[in-house]
Design a protein around this ligand. Sequence first.
Ligand code: SAH
Length: 363
Amino acid sequence: MISTRYDRTRDEIADLLADEPAYRLDQIWEGLYRDCAEPEDWTTLPKTLRERLAADLPRALTEVTRSLSDDGQTVKYLWELVDGHRIETVLMLYPDRATVCVSSQAGCAMACSFCATGQAGFSRHLGVGEIVEQVALARREALALDRRVSNIVFMGMGEPLANTTAVFEACRRINGDLGISARSITVSTVGIIPGIRALAEFELPVNLAVSLHSAADSSRDPIVPINRRYPLDDLVEVCGEYLRERRRRVSFEWALIDGVNDSDTDAEQLARLCRRLRPSAHVNLIPLNPTPGYATVGSSPARVRAFRQRLEELGVNATVRQNRGTEIAAACGQLAASGGDGAQPVALTSPGGTGGVSSSRPA
Ligand code: SAH
């Protein structure tokens, strides 16, 4: 894989500047990490140097489409990588924060039945530069709207804990170079136990979210096939270890699927499992976004409310995450799966961003 703009370390960029005064490095670093601008726009530098840097620091991502929804508050990008694979990023603007949902792989090998990326299969891991550039470009859009990116969620395409080397290094850059607090970064996993153990050892205190979707092995196996390898009992055990070690809250993601995992009994099983973690895990409920390869629909709003209420009665805090970008096919992998046609591309005059599947909002 070629080394792209945000793969380069500060030392590697310094090596490109052999004959230049020392302050150039700071100027370039600001251009990359403070302004997230293109080399052509680094006007503190002479034109010839800008041109050389544009060639020496090639972009990893080329925009295929950009789609807007929620009154322009959700922007979803479909990017093409240098080798032709396609990935997605979403920027979600809220009154009090701005969240970027990033992809960690092109495709995904986990094959969760209801997930568009899982239905499409695995292509390859993303490199550090490909992950960091997603954040930088979303941040550029946010800056143009006078907004600051405050939160990062690894809830785009791919399984981040199957690509820990690049994901952890990207977290270091997002934290150290882009200045986003580690506590505002969330890694979401289908439940890869060795990956959760690695995250517990990772020096940055990022948040852990586990995509549970079912609290019984017999019903989790068919929708989240990796459950056969890492069954629930072991998964909850390792979440407990993570919690004790890091003193960070663990949250469970639960896509509510009509008639599959949305009964009162499902809520009771989930509550029992949450209470094994002390303090109880937090639950994020997401009404399922429909995908072409999965016939069942999301739960009705009334069932979502009832499920949440049952959890609360049993002492478990739950947030209903509002679907963002449903009309632009913003569920994980949907845009890439449709070749970009699943959304209405909209030309933005000011930069936008993309957003993950959804983002937390009190119900
Ligand atoms: N592989 C990681 C992160 C990517 S998906 C993981 O599984 O956590 C981010 C979240 O979106 C996961 O909770 C995933 O289960 C959920 N998701 C995927 N497809 C969805 C859909 N169609 N509707 C609602 N949530 C979905």
